[in-house]
Design a protein around this ligand. Structure first.
Ligand SMILES: [Zn+2]
Length: 213
């Protein structure tokens, strides 16, 4: 029962998903993303009541990478609404989301707070970043985020939209992330998940057109 608008997973397998250290980026996606998952409902830990219900909706409506990408997209949309760069990321450890963040670089005091770095920092702050984590992000990571993830022991970065889909000028770095990932001291896997219906690219291109870049 494939739906053209769904996020498609790279792989498919049963999992029990839980979410911890959830940011305030959890917004209702249930009316925009259709359920096609037959797996058990996940348990949800250490989140506020209102966030818990929203995360559970996402977990019930998606499977595998689709779930994490849906969470990243929410964080990206939240960042866009705040006037920041529309990128979102989450850190997944043993099938649990341990940190979520949108970009905080545009309107904060820290220009290095890209969504990927910000989510890694949140995972560290909560004590939930063992080596071997997976980092999901709506956009192909820049050089800074790629290296930060490698230093943090991330084993794989899964991104939805490649930089070529929104133009190189949208990024701090024009370096080839895929080639770079293979050259790191601690190489990691860089997986292009895809951007169904161009939802991520539309967010980015809209931001860039308003931002005058
Ligand atoms: Zn970055």
């Amino acid at each position: 029962m494939e739906e053209s608008g769904d996020w498609r997973p790279v792989s498919h397998g049963c999992q029990t998903a839980a979410s911890r250290s959830i940011s305030g980026a959890m917004l209702d996606l249930s009316d925009r993303i259709r359920s096609r998952c037959c797996h058990d409902a996940p348990s949800v830990l250490r989140v506020r009541t209102e966030e818990r219900s929203r995360v559970k909706e996402i977990m019930a409506a998606h499977d595998d990478h689709d779930r994490w990408m849906a969470i990243c997209l929410q964080a990206a949309e939240e960042a866009a609404r705040a006037g920041d760069f529309p990128n979102g990321a989450c850190v997944v450890v043993e099938q649990q989301v341990v940190a979520i963040s949108g970009s905080e670089a545009e309107h904060g005091t820290d220009s290095t707070a890209h969504a990927e770095v910000a989510s890694l920092r949140k995972a560290v702050a909560s004590g939930d970043l063992p080596r071997g984590a997976t980092l999901f992000t709506t956009l192909e990571p820049c050089a800074m985020c790629l290296h930060s993830a490698a230093v943090a022991g991330v084993k794989e970065i899964v991104f939805a939209c490649s930089r070529s889909e929104v133009g190189d000028d949208a990024y701090v770095s024009k370096l080839d992330a895929t080639a770079m990932a293979k050259q790191l001291i601690q190489p990691l896997t860089l997986t292009h998940h895809g951007d169904p219906n161009g939802r991520v690219s539309k967010l980015v291109l809209r931001f860039l057109s308003h931002d005058g870049r």
